[in-house]
Write a protein that binds this ligand. Structure first.
Ligand code: KG4
Ligand code: ZN
Length: 333
């Protein structure tokens, strides 16, 4: 089976073709960073328009590498949600139209299920059940994945997502947008000399909180010298506490569920310090740690193609399915 996938949920336009028989993945991503950078964040209307103008060209470019036509594509998967309504609509309409023209089945995919399945492209195949730490710009969740399509939410952030906290803190440090990777790079130059609050540390449950951290960093910046060395130390301290917060809940969740397999997914999963800590922890606890390759941690269509190879096509192929808000647990129904 060959799956064509379209991803347009936020500020990356992405297409992929997954050839299940040979396990080959072909993909392209166009990042809209430059379009939004001047505004300091994603402008939804500009995102929709950019997806609209780039999709055909991206697909044509991918077509130079692998055949993309009615004869060589068996189904079309697209990100149906969650995400920006207009942006999702562009990808959904494109995929649905193409499927109609090619008389091909369509599979609407949940973006976060895509992130979970991205680990399938890592060194080791995914084996259910597992615990997933989903850390992106919009989500921070601990999910127990019983089998494909059956997910239990153990806990999530009660305010900002961890990626959002990275981006906002980077902005406070004047690092531009999107700041997560830039803040992580700056943190490498510094030492975690500042102590920052660890919210919800002593509470039961598996919730996260990151918004108070942002306020603490703002106050720290205001009373500290305005030089690169200090900023690097602040970045390192911020990164350390974020990783501590994630690891603290993760350890408890692994113990609570008795799972021994851990999947880390989403853009923050590319963070080197988080990866290093989890690797050491997995070795100490004898867990199997599964990651997507770094290129598939952030938004891409390859992960949508993988999920699309597992999920059954919709029986309403002419309906454009867009769900800007869509809890992943409703997939269990
Ligand atoms: O999964 P993703 O590409 O998009 C969403 O669905 O949100 O995640 C993007 C988020 C952004 O907040 C970005 O700053 C963060 O992931 N991110 C990082 C790193 N690379 C990306 N955060 C920390 N360290 C990184 N190396
Ligand atoms: Zn994402």
């Amino acid at each position: 089976m060959r799956v064509l996938a379209i991803e347009t949920s936020c500020d990356e336009t992405a297409v992929a073709v997954y050839d299940q028989a040979t396990n080959q993945m072909y993909h392209r991503v166009h990042s809209q960073i430059e379009t939004h950078a001047v505004y300091g964040g994603v402008v939804p209307e500009l995102a929709s328009r950019d997806h609209f103008t780039k999709l055909s060209a991206l697909l044509a470019d991918l077509g130079k590498e692998t055949p993309i036509d009615a004869e060589h594509i068996d189904r079309i998967a697209y990100t149906s949600g969650p995400g920006l309504a207009g942006a999702l609509m562009v990808g959904a309409a494109f995929a649905t139209g193409l499927a109609y023209a090619w008389d091909c089945p369509v599979v609407p995919i949940h973006h976060l299920e895509g992130h979970l399945m991205a680990a399938q492209m890592g060194e080791h195949p995914i084996d259910f059940p597992f615990l997933a730490l989903l850390v992106s710009g919009g989500h921070t969740q601990l999910i127990e994945a019983e089998q494909f399509g059956v997910y239990h939410l153990l806990g999530e952030t009660i305010d900002d997502a961890v990626g959002e906290a990275f981006d906002k803190t980077a902005k406070l440090l004047g690092l531009g947008y999107p700041g997560g990777p830039a803040l992580a790079a700056l943190a490498e130059e510094g030492d975690a000399v500042y102590e920052l609050p660890h919210p919800l540390k002593h509470q039961s449950g598996f919730s996260f909180s990151f918004s108070g951290l942002k306020t603490a960093v703002r106050q720290l910046i205001q009373k500290s010298p305005d030089d690169r060395n200090t900023h690097a130390n602040i970045a390192a301290s911020f990164q350390k506490i974020c990783v501590d917060i994630l690891v603290h809940q993760l350890k408890r969740a692994m113990k609570h569920t008795g799972q021994t397999r851990l999947v880390v997914a989403g853009g923050v999963g590319a963070n080197k310090r988080l990866r290093a800590e989890l690797k050491a922890l997995a070795e100490a606890e004898d867990w199997t740690l599964l990651y997507p390759p770094a290129a598939y941690c952030t938004d891409n269509a390859a992960m949508i193609a993988i999920a699309g190879s597992y999920r059954s096509p919709t029986d309403a192929p002419l309906t454009v399915h867009v769900r800007p808000r869509w809890p992943m647990m409703t997939l269990n129904d």
